[in-house]
Design a protein around this ligand. Structure first.
Ligand code: HEC
Length: 160
């Protein structure tokens, strides 16, 4: 009796698997792939470089309470060029420096912000956790205006 019962369940599962999954396999091949979120070069650059493995900014080896408008906790990472700039000191970040910031809300990563020093100024970017752009570009507001308070544009990690 129990054996029969199990068999019925197994057959029911089989039927679900066949009707539920098998047709999808064929239709998926005919469909165009689902639309990917619009991503950008700086986002692609920092994720390809695995920015979360970069050196954390001083004081940011673990997440810190956010001092800015976004999220409740943040962690800041420096690429090798920015790290060298910080060690060398001075009043400007070396061209090519990239600084990335993970933004958390209630423990979840909700946004990623980054800034890249170009010869003509900072290139800013902010994306949601899936890489969808929120703001991006050279000298974009409100990023540039609020960051103007810091030496060469940084507020959490600071040059002398
Ligand atoms: C109203 C002020 C304000 C605005 C607007 C703002 N930020 Fe910030 N940002 C901060 C503060 C304060 C920090 C210091 C770290 C923290 O606590 O969030 C910071 C830190 C950062 C950092 C880490 C480097 C650093 O300065 O220490 C990045 C990257 C960054 N912001 C990107 C952006 C981008 C991109 C935008 C625009 C989309 C933006 N920010 C808009 C206040 C601001």
């Amino acid at each position: 009796m129990r054996g029969l019962h199990h068999c019925v369940i197994a057959m029911a599962l089989c039927a679900i698997a066949l009707t539920g999954c098998a047709p999808d396999v064929t239709t998926q091949q005919e469909q165009t792939p689902p639309e990917q979120p619009e991503t950008t070069s700086l986002y692609a650059e920092i994720t390809a470089a695995e920015y979360e493995t970069w050196t954390p900014a001083p004081g940011y080896t673990v997440r810190q309470a956010a001092k800015g408008p976004h999220g409740d906790e943040v962690q800041i990472f420096l690429d090798a060029t920015a790290e060298k700039g910080l060690v060398d000191g001075g009043t400007a970040w070396p061209v090519g420096s990239v600084i990335a910031k993970d933004i958390f809300r209630d423990g979840d990563l909700v946004e990623i912000a980054a800034m890249k020093r170009q010869a003509d100024g900072w290139y800013w970017g902010e994306w949601d956790a899936q890489g969808k752009p929120i703001a991006e570009g050279l000298a974009v507001e409100p990023c540039e205006g609020c960051h103007a308070d810091g030496t060469d544009g940084t507020l959490g990690v600071t040059l002398k």
